[in-house]
Design a protein around this ligand. Structure first.
Ligand SMILES: [Fe+2]
Length: 465
């Protein structure tokens, strides 16, 4: 008789450092190489998909997993690590029942073909934002979760006191000068795009529908001091194709590529649309105003798609830092690559400069030639054009890095760049802290996390108040 063989899932999103962890831990005593800086105090946070139950490993989609936040609280030169699930109603229900209830995205077509609507779980697995003294974890198909700091306990869905009437992007933008948060939601049925501004009163106001021709996956937006920017790029939802076993979205360049610029309190009558070359972008680096121009920087790819496997056209779908200038007076568009060599994504800047001109942009660098992972971090200088790379060691994989300003900082880059790094050779994870002004040098601190930190999506730095 042959022994039972436990099949390892072939799905790359469940293997290696994409495999989930289940234990929620709090650890204060960690080995550190170097010295944790004492001139920052706050939370480095990273959220990502960490599935508790997987209905069908072969059909698991990278967007499906339950949200888990990994946090490193840094204070007085010491660090505490915590990881916590986003305690969603859907996950609670599944844990109570002891099995999966909500299907993954790749199973949606089966339900639609039977005339059923698949149930969806608001996982909060994508990104976080800090607004009005509250930390939110979000996914673009649901309502934000409020999460406590530094404990990372889920406090519940937050609908802004009943004022939120639409899905909420994972990438709202906070103007730290006005205190407003600009957000939007997209729908696969009309309205395809709805825009809101959340004020310092923690209420969504100015909710207005923006007309776009087709239902698209719009993942991010930009803001300037006076405008909000929407990329209407043709990564289109096609339910009929989905029912026939196709993917979640289709790249449909015949639909056109355009960028909409609306005054912050404007609407469908005041939005201006600018056509651009065939392009896609998941993530905006920043935008600002210069005279009559809106400057818009993002990680641009030649075409849209959700890169989930190796393939000859992967490079077509990976981002490179790019700048467009839209002239509100003449209607002209100027487009230029800021980097012709490196592929990167997850761009971040000093959070206080979102919507204002920034000099430095940081981003995670793609390793090419294999299933896309990140093997370094980039630092771009808008003033000199200089490009710096922090390369991690052989077999090391990183992710989104965030900038944490030093207390009493004297320059835009006077502070630290922080990210998680996973070493495939040892299977160990670290939180690495780089000096942003000595970007290519050895990290100032490598905090060895005793539990593996799976790869995830977006990160945040929230300074202690
Ligand atoms: Fe994102």
């Amino acid at each position: 008789m042959s022994e039972a063989v436990i099949q390892e899932p072939k799905n790359p999103h469940l293997q290696g450092n994409n495999a989930p962890v289940y234990e929620e831990v709090t650890i204060t005593d960690m080995e550190v190489i170097g010295e944790i800086p004492s001139d920052i105090s706050g939370n480095f946070l990273r959220v990502g998909p960490n599935p508790y139950y997987v209905p069908d490993p072969d059909r698991y989609h990278i967007f499906d997993g339950d949200g888990m936040i990994h946090g490193v609280h840094i204070s007085g030169g010491t660090a505490t690590y915590r990881n916590r699930f986003i305690d969603s109603a859907g996950l609670r229900e599944e844990r109570r029942e002891g099995h999966w209830i909500y299907p993954g995205l790749n199973m949606f077509g089966d339900y639609l073909a039977k005339g059923e609507m698949p149930g969806t779980k608001n996982t909060g697995n994508t990104a976080m934002v800090f607004h009005n003294n509250q930390l939110f974890a979000m996914m673009e198909g649901g309502t934000p979760y409020r999460v406590s700091l530094p404990e990372l306990e889920t406090e519940g869905e937050h609908d802004f006191h009943g004022t939120l009437t639409h899905n909420f992007t994972a990438h709202p933008k906070v103007d730290v000068q006005s205190g407003e948060m600009m957000t939007f939601g997209y729908g696969i049925s009309p309205p395809f795009l709805t825009y809101s501004v959340v004020g310092t009163d923690d209420r969504a106001s100015h909710t207005t529908e923006i007309s776009i021709p087709k239902p698209i996956m719009m993942h991010d937006c930009g803001i300037t001091e006076h405008y909000t920017i929407f990329p209407d790029l043709p990564l289109v939802f096609d339910l009929e194709k989905m029912m026939a076993g196709g993917g979640l979205v289709d790249w449909d360049p015949g639909n056109g590529c355009r960028i909409g610029i609306v005054p912050r309190m404007g609407d469908d009558t005041s939005i201006r649309w600018f056509d651009i070359e065939e392009s896609f972008l998941f993530h905006v680096a920043n935008a600002w105003e210069e005279g009559d121009e809106i400057v818009f920087q993002a990680c641009r790819s030649n075409r849209g798609g959700i890169v989930t496997a190796e393939g000859s056209d992967v490079r077509e779908q990976l981002g490179q830092l790019h700048e467009w200038r839209f002239n509100l007076s003449t209607g002209e568009v100027a487009s230029k690559a800021l980097d012709g060599d490196y592929y990167c994504d997850f761009p971040r800047i000093h959070d206080d400069l979102v919507g204002r001109k920034n000099r430095f942009t940081y981003a995670a660098r793609f390793r090419l030639g294999t299933m896309p992972t990140f093997d370094g971090e980039m630092k771009y200088d808008n003033e000199t054009g200089e490009i710096q790379v922090h390369q991690f060691g052989d077999g090391c994989e990183s992710g989104e890095a965030v900038f944490a300003p030093r207390r009493n900082a004297k320059a835009e880059d006077d502070g630290y760049v922080i990210c998680f790094v996973y070493d495939r050779n040892s299977g160990n994870s670290e939180c690495q802290i780089l000096d942003a002004q000595r970007f290519e040098e050895e990290p100032v601190a490598r905090i060895k996390i005793p539990q593996r930190v799976p790869h995830g999506f977006h990160a945040a730095w929230v300074a202690d108040r």
